[in-house]
Design a protein around this ligand. Structure first.
Ligand code: NDP
Length: 369
């Protein structure tokens, strides 16, 4: 069997001179041709842990390419230049990156810095006339998010938020099922998002740089997930906070928040966001006709789960590769993903986060009109 396969692979490749390409069933897809359209030329701002993951994933992109960096750490710039063949003229720091406006070889900047810096950096990139892809959470509150949307509109550039799950195949399959009515009327969503956070000195535990705590970083997945799984926007939230370590989780930095959201149809969501429990990465939804459960639901994958119809079986592809190819298609061809990834989508999540923090403080139900 193996030798027959090798033979077919060799034959196929040499016969038509294309790089190896297999479809989901492992067979060569005769319709696959090298991409010949426009490439989104991206500079990454913030060469940290997630920036590194995105850069690696982009090596497999067809439509997007890493061509530049913006960093405060010269030694990282040097390493990245070698690894990705980035020329000196495409390297910037946080003081001089406004000059990117004079660089015709960069189309977009992907902001992957701490949350508290996103707003100012996004606005500067927009003013330099480049499209912005910004990591989640887009800022530290809805007011910042709206400023970012307005600035990008005024500069006539796109603002996209790094919602990689909107391109993840099993997630997309479940959203399609919901849209096709396979669950009937969605009634209840449960989202559990969390991990145990380490180093107490990191920016994620610094109110100014993080904007909050677990809710900003990981709880946002349950908020966003509830919205794309139920297909509605919440009209109220309630929330309760638990803090067991006031030394690590200072004022304004949430450790654990349980929250509930109510939707116009009467559907409800009950979610948990935490920096104090490991392996919390689960979505559950039930409707009048069916249900789904995903675990893991938002990690880097493979995403796994099942519905009342059986196992989710879409093949795993690196999320950030799909995301960046998808965003290139969106920018150049206007092709939208199944759930939006634009700045307005980011503002919706930020408004809910603002309301959750308000509900924690007041102990009351907060309306989201
Ligand atoms: P890291 O701390 O690993 O990296 C952040 C980078 O930002 C740093 O390495 C640094 O890069 C730059 N930076 C600029 N100013 C500062 C500052 N004052 N303090 C610290 N770093 C600074 O964070 P992550 O990469 O994990 O997170 C970055 C963003 O990506 C966050 O918004 C986070 O929410 C998001 N994220 C999204 C994920 C997703 O799945 N969508 C997953 C993980 C994170 P340099 O030295 O080059 O200047």
């Amino acid at each position: 069997m193996a030798s027959r396969r090798n033979f077919i692979e060799k034959l196929t490749v040499s016969a038509i001179g294309l790089p190896l390409a297999f479809n989901a069933t492992g067979l060569f897809a005769a319709s696959d041709r090298p991409y010949q359209g426009k490439t989104l030329r991206v500079a990454i701002m913030g060469l940290g842990s997630y920036g590194t993951r995105v850069a690696k994933a982009m090596k497999d992109c067809k439509r997007a390419k890493l061509v530049g960096v913006i960093s405060g750490t010269p030694s990282k710039v040097e390493t990245w230049q070698k690894e990705y063949g980035i020329p000196n003229k495409n390297c910037y720091n946080y003081e001089n990156f406004d000059e990117i406006k004079n660089n015709p070889d960069i189309d977009a900047v992907y902001v992957i810095t701490p949350n508290g810096l996103h707003c100012e950096q996004t606005i500067r990139v927009a003013k330099a006339g480049k499209h912005v892809i910004c990591e989640k959470p887009m800022g530290i509150n809805a007011e910042e998010g709206q400023k970012m949307v307005d600035a990008c509109k005024a500069a006539n550039v796109k603002l996209l938020i790094g919602y990689r799950m909107h391109y993840e195949p099993n997630t997309v399959a479940v959203i399609r099922m919901r849209k096709d009515g396979e669950f009937g009327k969605p009634k209840f969503f449960q989202g559990q998002s969390g991990f145990v956070i380490g180093d107490p000195t990191q920016w994620r535990l610094n109110k100014k740089l993080a904007g909050g705590g677990a809710m900003m970083d990981i709880g946002i997945y349950s908020i966003n997930g509830a919205r794309y799984m139920l297909g509605e926007e919440p009209v109220w939230v309630t929330a309760q906070e638990t803090k067991t370590d006031t030394e690590k989780f200072k004022e304004g930095v949430d450790e654990t928040i349980q929250f509930q959201m109510g939707f116009p149809s009467g559907a409800v969501a009950n979610c948990l966001s935490t920096y104090a429990m490991n392996n919390l990465d689960r979505f559950f939804m039930t409707g009048s006709k069916g249900w789904m459960e995903m675990r893991p639901s938002t990690g880097y994958g493979p995403i796994k789960g099942r519905t009342h119809k059986g196992e989710l079986d879409q093949p795993h592809t690196t999320h950030q590769t799909l995301q960046m190819d998808g965003m290139a298609e969106l920018i150049f061809e206007g092709k939208q993903p199944i759930v939006p990834v634009n700045g307005e989508e980011g503002v919706k999540d930020m408004k809910i986060i603002d309301a959750i923090y308000e509900a924690v403080k007041s102990g009351s139900k907060v309306s989201l009109n």
